[in-house]
Design a protein around this ligand. Structure first.
Ligand code: NAD
Length: 248
């Protein structure tokens, strides 16, 4: 199907669920994981098991976090984020499922209640023992002041960015709401995800299995391109606004 066909398919849909990955935020200056200049080109992964069991793992995790935070905090939403706001304004976006952790969708104007964060958020840190939360600004200030892996001031437990690390359990309530949204939409619009991280990538498959159209916008091929009804290659900030404007 050509781009015009995809535009018409989106234009004809009345319940569109968005599904986004790190690629929608690269044009805001936030690197993704898997591109050549992505996070993985520069950092090693500290998984959840290492974080909870090793002080040096926590120090390394927080070092990476503190280095990445200013760019994430200061990033501004881009045209790709605003394309989803436009779908919301049109009354056609009941939910936006995201793997992203920097809250750019909420900052672009989507109501927080309609954004389902599968991998949590990096804007806060949470105590793994008592659940107390502090802002990432505060956590990073404490690191700058010499705490290399900050601990909870309420109970002494381990403070961890409120994201879901590799090896850490997914938030079951958010997964269930995402699954339900995917199964009741008539089109799932995936943008900027390599669609290789599970179980997140199972969501677009579930939408398709429930009868929705699946449209994928990504710079590179994904493993789900073969089952998609439309695949558009290109820079999200360029192609997505044009695709949703036609639907008005
Ligand atoms: P990913 O890094 O695996 O894939 C990103 C995809 O987007 C790639 O296929 C890449 O080719 C494509 N892409 C990058 N920029 C693009 C652009 N401007 N236009 C079109 N396509 C573009 O990311 P993922 O699928 O989200 O999964 C990785 C994990 O990384 C997720 O769990 C997420 O939580 C985490 N992550 C989040 C952020 C963020 O919050 N912004 C940043 C890095 C990683």
């Amino acid at each position: 199907m050509d781009e015009q066909g995809v535009r018409e398919m989106i234009g004809g849909a009345s319940r569109i669920v968005g599904f986004t990955g790190a690629g929608i935020s690269t044009e805001s200056g936030v690197p993704d994981f898997r591109s050549p200049d992505g996070v993985w080109a520069r950092n090693r992964t500290v998984d959840f098991q290492e974080f909870v069991s090793s002080e040096s793992g926590r120090v390394e995790y927080w070092r990476q976090k503190a280095a990445a935070w200013p760019a994430m905090r200061d990033a501004k939403p881009n045209a790709g984020h605003y394309a989803f706001v436009e779908l919301h304004r049109q009354g056609r976006l009941p939910a936006l499922i995201t793997q992203n952790i920097e809250r750019l969708h909420q900052r672009s104007g989507l109501p927080a209640a309609s954004v389902l964060e599968l991998h949590g958020t990096t804007t806060e840190a949470v105590c793994l023992t008592c659940g107390d939360r502090i802002t990432s600004d505060e956590a990073c200030r404490r690191i700058e002041a010499g705490e290399r892996a900050p601990r909870c001031r309420a109970c002494g437990g381990l403070l961890k960015p409120a994201t879901i690390s590799f090896g850490q359990a997914m938030p079951l309530d958010v997964m269930a709401r995402a699954q339900a949204a995917a199964e009741t939409c008539d089109l799932l619009l995936a943008a900027g995800s390599s669609l290789v991280v599970e179980p997140a990538a199972s969501i677009p498959r579930a939408a398709k299995a429930a009868g929705a159209h699946l449209v994928i916008v990504n710079r590179e091929p994904t493993p789900l391109d073969g089952i998609a009804d439309g695949v558009v290659r290109g820079e999200i900030g360029v192609v997505l606004p044009a695709m949703v404007a036609a639907g008005g």
